[in-house]
Write a new protein. Structure first.
Length: 443
């Protein structure tokens, strides 16, 4: 066990490379290699995270489970995954992303395969708890790499590209699960994503890297002459306690972002989970409803790219203005979807595209802002902390929103999530102009 943790830890830094041409060549090579590796690696996490969602009808039919029993799996997963993002964030800040992310993905693959072999609710719960924990090993190392290999003035674009991996994985797994379940049964829909994840984990071990300094390169801030604040002095060694207490728990920006993440995830998950039901109860077939809902992910893909570009090119690395603008748009897009319950395919697809476009902007930029408003050495912890709150929001979109829907109908549903969007605007407007944490950089 001690040897295992030694593998995960960052290695001693080699001597600095002084040849500028060599530095340029190494940086160019590794920035591209790290991006595509993170992209496909994180998309694969979605295959093993969402695999269970698309086999629920066949599981109920085959194993005679109740909807309540199946619902337990979703609840325990969200709670464990949220906690894991925080815990693994602290671990990731002191670990080599190359092995940290790869190991987490391999374990989720093994768990998916074991899930496909099981048949009892208690065993399913244990396995899905384990899956939830190791799913949390995907985001923090990506946040660490994005913070260390891409500077602030350009990070919005790079982070936006990476963030579309959510949509790639989210769009791929229904197709994989449907094909597997149709031809080979629901268990194969767990086996196939599991095997893919194991091979992708091995791929990440080969392709990923640690931070630039591990290759003798200067920090990205120095290389790009893009320092976050007035000070050019970068503190690269801080303790785990200092990371957690000073730069996360005592950081007002992180708490504002965390509360905002709760609200954004309520909207995102509520539309994603309840949208098909809204459409079917208003006259659409299940196939038509699912097809319409796919535009939510398509909109999210485009929204991530546009939000990142806007924050870099229009607002010079400030994430707050784009967060507020997109959150205002969410209110209007939700209202359009609510007030046109029996509209045609084009109108509903356009509404869902707009909601996805606008929701995935803050969903991405809040996490990025958490990394930038804490400390470069606290990126995993800070993003993991706000991620914990995000999945509290996801959990709230389940039973609590379901109760609102049951007692007050669709009007109550849209009013509730609309209020969440309005509160998001209020919270994020308080950090409109924040670009860096003055405690860290403004000296």
């Amino acid at each position: 066990m001690r040897d295992f943790f030694r593998v995960l830890k960052t290695k001693a830094r080699p001597a600095r490379i002084n040849d500028q041409a060599e530095v340029d060549s190494i940086y160019k090579y590794w920035r591209i290699r790290i991006m595509y590796s993170m992209y496909f690696g994180y998309a694969t996490f979605y295959l093993t995270r969402k695999s269970f969602t698309f086999i629920i009808p066949d599981m109920i039919k085959d194993l005679h489970f109740s909807k309540a029993e199946i619902g337990i799996l979703g609840t325990v997963f969200y709670l464990m995954y949220g906690c894991s993002k925080f815990i693994s964030g602290m671990l990731a800040d002191k670990s080599n992303p190359r092995y940290f992310m790869a190991f987490g993905l391999i374990v989720t693959g093994v768990v998916n395969i074991l899930f496909g072999m099981a048949s009892s609710i208690p065993l399913f719960i244990v396995l899905w708890l384990i899956n939830g924990f190791f799913q949390g090993w995907g985001w923090p190392p990506c946040a660490r790499l994005l913070t260390h290999w891409y500077s602030q003035r350009e990070r919005g674009v790079w982070w936006g590209i990476w963030n579309t991996s959510h949509n790639l994985g989210g769009a791929a797994i229904p197709i994989i699960a449907a094909v597997c379940a149709t031809y080979w049964g629901w268990r194969s829909a767990m086996f196939v994503p599991g095997v893919i994840a194991i091979f992708m984990g091995i791929f990440l071990m080969n392709r990923l890297s640690d931070v630039p300094e591990s290759k003798g390169l200067p920090p990205i801030e120095e290389y790009k002459n893009d320092y976050p604040g007035k000070s050019h002095k970068l503190q690269t060694e801080i303790s785990t306690k200092e990371v957690l207490v000073k730069y996360v728990l005592k950081n007002k920006y992180i708490w504002i972002l965390a509360m905002s993440y709760v609200l954004v995830y309520v909207v995102r998950t509520a539309i994603n989970d309840w949208g098909a039901l809204y459409l079917t109860e208003n006259g659409k077939s299940l196939i038509s409803a699912d097809g319409t809902l796919s535009f939510f992910e398509i909109g999210g893909f485009v929204g991530s790219l546009v939000a990142g570009w806007m924050s870099d090119k229009i607002f010079s690395g400030k994430r707050g203005p784009v967060n507020v603008i997109f959150s205002i748009g969410i209110v209007f897009a939700l209202a359009a979807f609510w007030l046109a319950p029996r509209a045609g395919f084009v109108v509903h697809a356009a509404c869902l595209f707009a909601i996805g476009f606008l929701v995935f902007g803050p969903q991405m930029l809040i996490g990025m802002a958490a990394a930038e408003l804490s400390h470069r050495e606290a990126a995993g912890t800070a993003t993991g902390f706000v991620g914990l709150f995000g999945y509290i929001g996801a959990a709230l979109s389940g039973l609590p929103v379901g109760i609102v829907l049951q007692d007050y109908g669709w009007n109550g549903f849209f009013i509730a999530i609309g209020l969440c969007a309005l509160l998001t605007i209020v919270l994020l407007s308080t950090i409109w102009s924040a670009k860096t944490n003055p405690v860290v950089y403004e000296k």
